[in-house]
Ligand binder design. Structure first.
Ligand SMILES: NC(=O)c1ccc[n+]([C@@H]2O[C@H](COP(=O)([O-])OP(=O)(O)OC[C@H]3O[C@@H](n4cnc5c(N)ncnc54)[C@H](OP(=O)(O)O)[C@@H]3O)[C@@H](O)[C@H]2O)c1
Length: 198
């Protein structure tokens, strides 16, 4: 399975770090080009490296970690049919952190409109980036990651990755109800650092 990461900021680089530590290969994309990634690219190499837009957005499974207001330009003009897209975003506007109007949709339902035909799973947005990047066993158990989506196979693919990077996964159900619980602002789970001792 090829993996792309769109966004190389706080969340994208944390995802990259988690994958690289587990020896999982991925290609990462930012807006300003590989040179602007600075030391990040060498820190995550050889598992996670900068990729072209086609490589990253054409991957079998794509993590999306860009600001909400950049989704259109970041994801436009791509055939998403059947591919797994992981929504790691929060529906917030720029530096004001004001919630984006969603016309009654949950944020992941609105997100899905940017990737028509994709199998969207919401995940990896509830933890602070340093906890996502850090050792999930640091507190003696396994740190929890949630996911929600309507496609069982897409969740199984992401679930396999969550297992490999060492987190404890909890499936919150479908995109509408499960995704709502992960929304920031509004949902009960964002910001919680939950650990399962099993
Ligand atoms: N930070 C958090 O605590 C946190 C936690 C959970 C969820 N989130 C959500 O995760 C998303 C990313 O947040 P962040 O804090 O990681 O943001 P960030 O640090 O500002 O990084 C954003 C990244 O997106 C890239 N980008 C912007 N436009 C792009 C485009 N058109 N094509 C490709 N890449 C593009 C930027 O590229 P350049 O580097 O070239 O500018 C940058 O690498 C947001 O939706 C945010 O709400 C954030």
């Amino acid at each position: 399975m090829s993996i792309g990461i769109v966004g190389a900021g706080a969340v994208g680089s944390a995802i990259g770090a988690a994958l690289a530590r587990a020896g999982i290969e991925a290609r990462m994309l930012n807006r300003r080009g590989p040179a602007a990634m600075g030391p990040l690219a060498s820190m995550l190499a050889p598992q996670v490296t900068a990729g072209t837009r086609d490589e990253v957005l054409g991957a079998d499974l794509v993590f999306v970690a860009v600001p909400w207001t950049r989704l259109g330009e970041a994801l436009g003009g791509v055939d998403w049919t059947g591919r797994v897209v992981v929504d790691c975003t929060n529906a917030l506007e720029g530096p004001s952190f004001r919630q984006v109007g969603l016309d009654g949709l949950t944020s992941s339902e609105a997100f899905a409109q940017f990737v028509p035909g994709a199998r969207v799973v919401k995940a990896l947005n509830h933890l602070l980036p340093h906890l996502l990047a850090g050792d999930p066993r640091a507190e003696g158990g396994r740190r929890v990651l949630f996911m929600a989506g309507d496609d069982a196979d897409a969740k199984a693919q992401l679930g396999g990755i969550i297992d490999r990077i060492g987190f404890y996964r909890i499936d919150l159900g479908n995109l509408r109800e499960g995704g709502r619980m992960m929304e920031f602002p509004g949902g009960p789970f964002p910001g919680l650092n939950l650990v399962v001792f099993d």
